[in-house]
Design a protein around this ligand. Structure first.
Ligand SMILES: *Cc1c(COP(=O)(O)O)cnc(C)c1O
Length: 296
């Protein structure tokens, strides 16, 4: 999984008693760097009976979990090839990328399973909760079973055949989600229009770039992002202060996973680009309603 993500990606791995390995970032997508990942897997793993095994620990490496940062699709072709070559199950944390497409196909549908978030700050919201995307009907049934306390369907018997979870989306939240879904195209159009306004506004500003969708991709522009050039890093906090004092909420990207206390000891590769990006990314106001404001 990428080092540059929200902590939920790592937590999901920990809940399965698995150990995350933190992977380097690629600059144009802000997602996992396929070259760095392939090199790391070649050095640290070997294939045994169709499994990818960590040579240092003997543990099986099961999955490649990617995340589409701020709504920008990751390098899916290259990452799918790695998953295939190393016998890894690809899972997409598509929490931020509802509506984003890679070569005209929706993110979250490339892996065996993708996850969406409908948290309050996402492209559409149900207050809280999310959804799983999969084309594998057996897996869908299994997911539904596990998320609804593993109760066997029956008119009146309470029989649970394993330890499940109460992770269902309540009906009230789902109703809100249905209404939100009807507006999703307008929200995404508005966010894309907001990007155009920022792009025009920052065109003449030296040392700073507004993050544009990667080639062959359509991004939902969930969070609008400024990228400082490397020689401007020392100005970041002054920029953050100036924006926030002027009433424009802005903030840096997340603290990288390997720098967080619970994940300090996890295996990782060189994370130079991830560390550089973490120092140079600034998220700026991104709400769909901002696209309608005139002037400024
Ligand atoms: C928002 C988010 C999540 C989790 O979403 P919740 O619905 O709040 O659990 C997971 N991963 C990423 C990358 C996110 O941005």
């Amino acid at each position: 999984m990428p080092a540059l993500t929200f902590i939920a990606t790592a937590n999901a791995i920990s809940y399965c008693n698995a150990i995350p390995h933190f992977v380097e970032s690629e600059e144009s997508s802000l997602g996992i760097d396929p070259k760095a990942l392939r090199a790391y897997l070649l050095v640290h793993t070997e294939q045994r009976d169709g499994h990818c095994v960590n040579k240092n620990t003997g543990r099986v490496v099961r999955a490649l979990v990617l995340m589409h940062t701020f709504g920008h699709p990751s390098c899916l072709d290259e990452l799918l090839a790695i998953a295939y070559d190393f016998n890894l199950t690809m899972i997409e944390d598509a929490a931020e990328s509802l509506g984003s497409q890679y070569r005209s196909r929706h993110t979250g549908t490339f892996g065996r399973l993708g996850t969406l978030s409908f948290n309050g700050n996402k492209t559409i919201t149900t207050g809280g909760g999310g959804a799983i995307l999969t084309n594998d009907s057996a897996l869908a049934i299994r997911a539904k079973h596990l998320t609804t306390t593993a109760k066997l369907p029956h008119a009146w018997h309470y029989v649970h055949d394993e330890i499940g979870y109460n992770y269902r989306l309540p009906n009230l939240n789902a109703a809100l989600g249905c209404a939100q879904l009807e507006q999703v195209s307008q929200f995404i159009a508005a966010k894309r229009a907001l990007f155009k306004r920022y792009e025009a506004a920052f065109a003449g500003v030296n040392g700073i770039q507004i993050k544009k969708e990667p080639a062959d991709c359509l991004s939902n522009y969930w969070l609008q992002t400024l990228v400082l050039e490397r020689n401007q890093i020392e100005k970041r906090d002054a920029i953050l202060n100036a924006f926030n004092e002027a009433g424009y909420m802005s903030r840096p990207a997340w603290t990288l996973m390997h720098q967080l206390e619970p994940y300090r000891h996890c295996p990782r590769m060189d994370l130079d680009m991830a560390e550089s990006l973490a120092n140079r990314l600034i998220n700026i106001p991104s709400s769909a309603v901002l696209a309608e404001v005139r002037g400024g």
